[in-house]
Design a protein. Structure first.
Length: 387
């Protein structure tokens, strides 16, 4: 059974090319994986894209209108099941569907609109880790096609006009007839004079050359939300390239290039940093101030007897957690890795104090520590092996 491509896009069977295009753009904006990451939306996005590819192609659309499915393995097969030509009136209908005409020489694609939707644009901006954490309004310079301010997209000079192309008679294409064992086959190619538009501008705009748009550098404000990260893209709707003939602009995507930080290392929504504490502080314990990325100074509690490489986790002191919807939902954690600093230079009084401490603790002659295993550790195992 052929798929209902019109129903997928939500348009009538007699919908114009522009109506089909508008319906697709609306659904694509709602279902695109960057906007809606759900599996159902991704499945629907694939169906909508396939429907648009079919209905925007005059040849494939003609197959659909004749009851077939051009995306089926037996493209052109209608509801007849086993008959590959079911749904077609005969060989002439098949030739008409694929080549624009059967034996009678009907029309093919027809003229294409001079007004075309614009393309998307991409620009990369560098942000510091602080800007990624707090969000920022960034002024960026963008080089894109904009609407021609002289002709306002019309493409004609003042007083100029547009007339039907004499070469193709407004069809936008030149047809040629070839004979084959199947009969007459009509093929079409874009008209070289009007470039497929079916009309010619007699006096084009001197600024845009008839295109309706010009390239220019402009300033755009990008609102960067808190929690963005390296490689993420922010979509600015309607800020991309203006289409030919003054068509609607595409979108501008701003890609984030996050610069490394001198203190903090980012891993997802968590932050990591090394914090150096003196040997005496690690032994005695203390409350010491530590600077966080967002919250300023924070009192970090060093417990007495803190060992080197100890990791302290400060919950909720990391990066904002940015969801796909654009909302911030909580924050990650800050992982503080303790680096105990052993002094390398001591004066006589300090050396005497450490000697006295070592004497009182019985540590004047260091010994190998037992690793606590039942079998006496690595050396015991080696001795037992050599017996």
């Amino acid at each position: 059974m052929a798929r209902d491509y019109y129903g997928t896009l939500g348009v009538a069977k007699n919908a114009s090319d522009q109506e089909i295009k508008r319906a697709y753009r609306k659904l694509a904006r709602e279902l695109h994986p960057d906007v809606n990451p759900s599996e159902d939306a991704q499945h629907r996005f694939g169906e909508v894209t396939t429907a648009y590819e079919v209905l925007s192609d005059p040849q494939k659309r003609k197959i659909v209108d004749l009851g077939g499915d051009p995306m089926d393995n037996g493209a052109g097969r209608g509801s007849g099941g086993g008959d590959p030509f079911a749904g077609f009136g005969g060989l002439g209908d098949i030739m008409d569907a694929f080549f624009g005409a059967g034996g009678g020489g009907g029309r093919g694609r027809g003229p294409r609109s001079r007004v075309q939707p614009g393309s998307d644009a991409l620009i990369r901006i560098g942000l510091t880790l602080e800007e990624c954490a707090t969000g920022v309004d960034k002024e960026i310079a963008v080089d894109t096609a904009i609407l021609c301010d002289l002709c306002r997209g019309a493409g004609t000079a003042e007083g100029g006009s547009v007339h039907t192309c004499d070469t193709c008679g407004g069809m936008g294409e030149i047809q040629s007839v070839q004979r084959s064992f199947l009969g007459q086959v009509v093929t079409a190619r874009p008209c070289p004079v009007c470039r497929g538009f079916g009309e010619v501008i007699t006096d084009p705009c001197q600024k845009c050359g008839g295109d309706g748009r010009v390239r220019s550098r402009r300033s755009v404000t990008a609102k960067i939300p808190p929690g963005v990260g390296d490689g993420m893209r922010i979509r600015l709707s309607g800020q991309g390239e203006v289409g030919a003939g003054g068509g609607p602009a595409g979108d501008l995507y701003v890609e984030i290039d996050e610069a490394p930080h001198e203190v903090f290392v980012r891993q997802g929504n968590d932050l990591h940093c090394n914090f150096r504490v003196p040997m005496t502080t690690a032994a005695l314990g203390a409350s010491v101030p530590i600077e966080t990325l967002i919250d300023g100074d924070f009192d970090l509690e060093i417990e007495p007897g803190t060992q080197p490489a100890t990791e302290l986790v400060l919950t909720g002191k990391g990066m904002p957690r940015l969801r796909s919807s654009g909302r911030v939902d909580g924050r990650g954690d800050l992982h503080v890795h303790i680096d105990v600093v052993v002094p390398t230079k001591l004066d006589d009084a300090q050396r005497d104090l450490l000697h006295e401490l070592a004497r009182q603790r019985g540590e004047e002659v260091p010994t190998l520590a037992n690793n606590g295993t039942k079998h006496g550790g690595l050396f015991s195992k080696l001795r037992a092996k050599n017996r």
